[in-house]
Design a protein around this ligand. Structure first.
Ligand code: ACO
Length: 311
């Protein structure tokens, strides 16, 4: 007993075509998109903090200009994504409120500290590399505004990944202390970057439905596997070691197989108990409070401009 609307929706999905904001969609599809897109937006916004930490201390004017541009790109990604989520009927205020009251999820990866300059390299190479691997298939997501936002986001992410690689390459060609700093950053970011892809397929409650709706195109483990395969040759060029003694090439499957991920660490971070969770949410809440006067002034300006055009 399928309604005509549901049938139309099913046809669009079966044809691998796109759902647009004014199309009818099942409530669960809408809810899953709001969930994923808002979490993604929050990740971009919270993701400005670990790198923002180094803007004042970047080692040269050129590095500082690049880092500022990159952090601004992340703000832009967050804004496109909030806009895409708004087309589904949630407001920006609701999403912001969920984030600053600690009720919203955002990527586990941004709950780790950035103690050294080499972290800027490791974040670009590993974190943005993982983000691209996960997000390129999302360019084909069935929800139009999300897929289209991903196209531009991925172009910018690939620039970010290159700049991170280049920071590490420069350090690896430097002094022994610089090489050590680069390796130390890779050691700290490698495992958390693998966790970005989400829990193993068997423990991923949303994957099957999201794949049936053409939101996700590959499973968490498939993308994680693809990412490791990309990293191995790049690590060789850099001259860094991936901190997994069990990592080896498996002739039979043609894949690089690694050791077990520490999922207890992942679930601790998701539960809000990672090294930087409290600080990230505190800083975001503070920025929101400090920005209240800007929002008030903008609203007042809009009100006065509207009154003036009415005259
Ligand atoms: N960090 C925080 N939460 C996570 C992570 C992670 N790395 N991985 C999974 N989760 C959460 C899911 O959001 C989900 O929570 P919820 O049901 O309470 O909403 C739960 O763990 C179970 O996971 P899955 O069932 O696998 O969830 P899903 O199908 O949504 O897959 C994934 C998770 C792969 C992260 C997906 O949401 C996605 O592709 N999101 C878009 C990409 C993104 O958000 N990237 C952000 C980091 S990249 C960047 O900002 C530079």
């Amino acid at each position: 007993n399928v309604s005509a609307e549901q049938r139309r929706f099913n046809e669009i999905i079966a044809a691998d075509s796109r759902i647009e904001p004014r199309d009818w969609m099942p409530d669960a599809y809408r809810r899953t998109l709001i969930r994923q897109i808002s979490q993604h937006a929050h990740s971009e916004i919270i993701g400005m903090q670990p790198e923002g930490n180094w803007i004042t201390r970047a080692p040269s004017l050129k590095r500082k200009a690049i880092l500022m541009a990159k952090v601004q790109d992340e703000a832009g990604h967050g804004l496109y994504l909030y806009s895409a989520a708004q087309t589904l009927g949630i407001t920006r205020e609701e999403m912001t409120d969920q984030l600053i009251t600690g009720r919203a999820k955002y990527s586990s990866i941004f709950n780790y500290p950035t103690p050294t300059w080499a972290d800027m390299g490791a974040i670009g190479w590993l974190v943005d590399g993982a983000a691209i691997c996960n997000q390129v298939p999302l360019c084909r997501a069935s929800y139009g505004p999300y897929g289209r936002a991903m196209v531009r986001v991925c172009k910018e992410e690939s620039f970010h990944q290159r700049q991170g690689f280049e920071i590490l390459l420069t350090l690896m060609q430097g002094t022994a202390a610089q090489r050590e700093m680069a390796q130390d950053a890779v050691n700290r970011w490698y495992w958390p970057s693998l966790m970005m892809f989400g829990p193993p397929d068997g423990d991923s409650p949303n994957s099957a439905q999201s794949m049936a709706w053409n939101i996700k195109r590959f499973s968490n483990d498939e993308l994680r596997q693809r990412f490791i395969g990309m990293l191995v040759p790049q690590a060789e060029v850099l001259g860094v070691t991936l901190p997994d003694p069990e990592l080896h090439f498996d002739e039979e499957t043609g894949h690089h197989i690694g050791g077990e991920i520490d999922w207890s660490e992942f679930f601790e971070v998701l539960a809000g108990r990672g090294p930087m969770n409290a600080e990230r949410v505190r800083a975001r809440r503070q920025a929101h409070e400090d920005g209240a006067w800007v929002r008030e002034a903008a609203a007042e300006y809009a009100r006065k401009s509207a009154a003036r055009t009415e005259e």
